[in-house]
Each structure stands twice: as C-alpha cells, then as structure tokens.
Design a protein around this ligand. Structure first.
Ligand code: KIV
Length: 272
C-alpha cells in the first residue's frame, strides 16, 4: 500500500478503484442542485451522489419511493452543470429497473443522455443481476447498494440495522461478490454491522462506501442536509453533523424578518 496521495484532476470509476488499491479513503456526499454541487465539488469531494433521498430532503416525501425518473434527471442535470472534478453517480429511482432489465437499460440511458451523469446506482443484489448486466453491456458504469436499501422499506418494515443475522449476512457477502463479478465499480453499504462491512470490503477489489457501516470500509457517504444539520428530526448514531445550519439559518431568517418589519433594511447604503 502506497502512502503518497495522488492528485486527481478528474475522478473516474478507474480512479476510485485505484484509490482503494492505494488505501486512500473515498469521500462521497449527496447533492441535488447546482449551487450546493458547486460548493461540494470545489471542496474536493470525490463522488457526488444524486440520491433518491431527494425524495425526502428536497420534496418532503416520507420515503424514497415517489421520486420519478424525470425528477432525478432534473436534479442530476443541475448537479452536472456545476461540477469540474468529481464523479456524479445518479440513483435509478424505484420502479425504473426492478424486474425488467430492458426497462432498466432504458432508464439508465435516459439518465446518462439527459443529465450528463457519469454512472448509475441501483439497490439490490442477485435479484437485480440481469438489470445490472444489461446496463453494463451498454457501457454505463454501475454502482451497487446493499444492506439497508430504502426502496425496499415496506419489505423491511423498519430502518434498523440490516444483516445482523447470519443468513442475511451471508447473502450480503454473496451479493457483494456477485456485483463485483458483474462489473460494478463500487458498492454503497448502508446500515450494517461494522465487522461485516469490513469483511465485505476486504473480500472484493472494488470500493465499498459505507453509511452507518463503520470505519473498515473504503469510504463514507452522508446525505448533505443531514451532515449540515439542516434536518433536526433525523438522528441516527452514524450521523456526524458538521454544522448546525438549521439554527444558523433560522437565526438569519429571524434577523431579516426583524429588519424588514422595523424598516432597518434596506439602509441608505443599500439603495440606489
Ligand atoms: O439516496 C441516497 O441518498 C443514498 C445514500 C443514503 C447512500 O442512497
């Protein structure tokens, strides 16, 4: 393992695999709009995920299920217009790839053509293998997503940690190897025991990016609204808040409202 950190002008799927090989951790965040994506890209993020969590944090739905392909393309194209360096991965939304590999390919092609994104992400293992393979044969890079897969929330019934039992853990290990064999360039592993996640990451050569999967994986991803502290009601153990933007913004808005109501804004210097 080399300790020298290589500078990447542009992150590609190949650079990510190389980063894993070199022991360099991969930093990934979600973004859904131009302005946020620009800030995140300039900060040096490796991957922006245009996640279907947009359904929650942008549109206010309870789950990720309602978001449509058109809406994902809108978010992804806004992000792509902003970035210069990072890789942009776009979630295929619920109902656009499960159970029909031709439809999966059509959905992935729409994302690539209409948004300019660089790769797609699909949730699931062997049950979506045909869709993953068909998308890959069209030259579209695919990222897998195992563990807690929010599009299956009504099957799970709860957002608690997955794969605590041996049978589910064994299936997850098999699925990770299968996704690698099919040709995926990486896997998101969500909310599973840290020991299992480490084992999975060590068993394959493609990067495993964790969210609630401990520190033994090859990188981390967080939902941007959560790590910025804009969402107060969501408090899982794995979430580290880097700002308390809810409080900061609330204070700014209150100050603005007060200034407008009192006639303090605009001042003489702020008018023509
Ligand atoms: O949609 C999303 O934000 C995701 C992350 C939680 C990995 O899939």
């Amino acid at each position: 393992m080399s300790t020298a950190k290589k500078e990447y002008k542009r992150i590609t799927t190949k650079s990510l695999v190389e980063m894993k090989r070199n022991g360099e951790k991969i930093a990934m965040l979600t973004a859904y709009d131009y302005t946020m994506a620009k800030i995140v890209d300039h900060a040096g993020i490796d991957i922006i995920l245009v996640g279907d969590s947009a359904s929650n944090v942008m549109a206010g739905h309870e789950t990720t299920l309602p978001i449509t392909l058109d809406q994902m393309i809108y978010h992804a194209s806004s992000v792509v217009r902003a970035i210069e360096r990072c890789l942009v991965v776009v979630d295929l939304p619920f109902g656009t790839y499960q159970g029909n590999s031709r439809k999966a390919l059509e959905s992935a092609i729409r994302i690539m053509k209409e948004s300019g994104g660089h790769a797609v992400k699909l949730e699931g293992g062997e049950e979506i293998a045909e869709s993953v393979s068909r998308i890959l044969t069209a030259g579209i890079p695919v990222m897998g997503h195992l563990g807690l897969t929010p599009q299956s929330i009504y099957k799970f019934g709860t957002y608690t940690v997955r794969a605590k039992k041996e049978a589910e853990a064994n299936q997850l290990k098999k699925d990770a190897k299968l996704l690698e064999k099919l040709g995926c360039f990486g896997i998101v592993l969500e909310k599973v025991p840290a020991k299992l996640a480490k084992e999975v990451a060590e068993s394959i050569n493609i990067p495993v990016i964790g969210i609630g999967a401990g520190n033994g994986v090859d990188g981390q991803v967080l939902v941007i609204h959560d790590m910025l502290g804009m969402t107060h009601e969501f408090n899982p153990r794995f979430l580290r808040r880097y700002l308390d933007l809810y409080t900061e913004m609330n204070g700014a808005f209150k100050n603005y409202i007060g200034d407008v109501k009192s006639g303090n804004f605009p001042s003489d210097e702020e008018q023509y």
